[in-house]
Design a protein around this ligand. Structure first.
Ligand SMILES: C[S@@+](CC[C@H](N)C(=O)[O-])C[C@H]1O[C@@H](n2cnc3c(N)ncnc32)[C@H](O)[C@@H]1O
Length: 303
């Protein structure tokens, strides 16, 4: 089977997502749910400047309120906000370790002051991570994250817990793992292996926050979804995997996770945005799930 990502190419979907997150700065204040002043630099230094010049100005707002752009930017605002809130709640509860699987160009360790005392581990494809580190160097920004390079399809995920431990991850302390915008790009084998690896490095009271597509979204795509699907396939990052929400609790339970919350993007939009804006983001096929990791899942530690 062809690897999900072209080996030498940094992820382009990660660049697009980061650019969109940064563009949230151009939204009217009542639609801003998360702030990312770094994202666009990973896609294009020029666009980063354009966005920063537009912050707080009416023409910038006019640009991002074009419906197709607005829909996408709002989607990123909601997804980022829901996961940022999960991070804040975890830290409030005493959690001090964060693993971002497929971190891409997200910069939570820099974006969220709440993470000042938390160890952040970013795991990603070598090409994507190399690009991220080069751009941060160019910006003169020193991220406190610890970087771990990994190809989720090619390097055994069972080795990840030990690799993280070598980098200072403590398997006896709770971890919040974030798997944001990644599951749809992986094969079923990599999904299974990743969940087993997460369970293995997660101490009691650990959590997982992930986004996923419903299987229906991939099986019966709308015209727009089909167009995006063709585009991401064309750049070597095809969508491959989705879950039926009804089957997700059992799937996770079989791997040691207890599903705590599973919301559609549309529901999250209604919870966070004015009704007229929320109506634009009516996609039930994109979902955000959080799970508690059960202690029985920690196979490596109990054997
Ligand atoms: C759409 S991006 C999301 C990035 C980030 N989580 C965010 O939300 O901004 C998908 C990420 O998954 C990573 N990825 C996809 N397939 C991968 C693989 N087989 N091995 C390692 N990383 C992979 C890409 O490098 C990229 O950073």
């Amino acid at each position: 089977m062809r690897a999900c990502m072209r080996d030498e190419t940094p992820s382009r979907t990660a660049a697009w997502v980061a650019l969109s997150r940064h563009a949230g700065r151009l939204l009217p204040p009542e639609l801003q749910l998360a702030d990312d002043p770094y994202g666009a630099a990973f896609a294009s230094p020029l666009l980063a400047k354009v966005i920063e010049r537009g912050v707080g100005k009416a023409p910038g707002e006019a640009l991002v309120t074009l419906p197709p752009l607005l829909r996408w930017i709002l989607y990123m605002q909601i997804r980022t906000r829901v996961i940022d809130d999960a991070v804040r709640a975890f830290v409030d509860g005493g959690g001090r370790q964060l693993v971002q699987l497929g971190a891409g160009y997200d910069c939570r360790a820099l974006r969220l002051p709440e993470l000042a005392d938390t160890a952040v581990f970013e795991v990603d494809h070598p090409a994507t991570q190399q690009h991220k580190r080069r751009v941060l160097d160019r910006l003169g920004v020193d991220s406190p994250s610890t970087y771990v390079t990994w190809h989720f399809e090619e390097r055994p995920m069972a080795e990840l817990p030990a690799a993280l431990a070598t980098q200072g991850h403590d398997p006896a302390a709770p971890t919040l793992t974030i798997w944001e915008g990644v599951t749809m790009y992986l094969t079923p084998e990599a999904i299974d292996a990743s969940l087993r690896a997460i369970a293995a490095f997660s101490a009691p009271h650990s959590q997982l926050a992930m986004t996923y597509f419903t299987s229906d979204r991939l099986r019966q795509p709308s015209l727009v979804t089909r167009a995006i699907s063709l585009a991401v396939s064309g750049i070597g990052e095809p969508w491959r995997f989705g879950w039926d929400p009804g089957a997700l609790p059992g799937y996770l339970q079989g791997r040691g996770f207890e599903l705590v919350d599973d919301v559609s993007l549309a529901d999250a939009a209604r919870a966070h945005l004015p009704a007229s804006a929320a109506a634009l983001v009516g996609d039930d096929g994109r979902r955000i799930a959080t799970s508690a990791v059960e202690t029985i899942a920690i196979a490596d530690r109990s054997s």
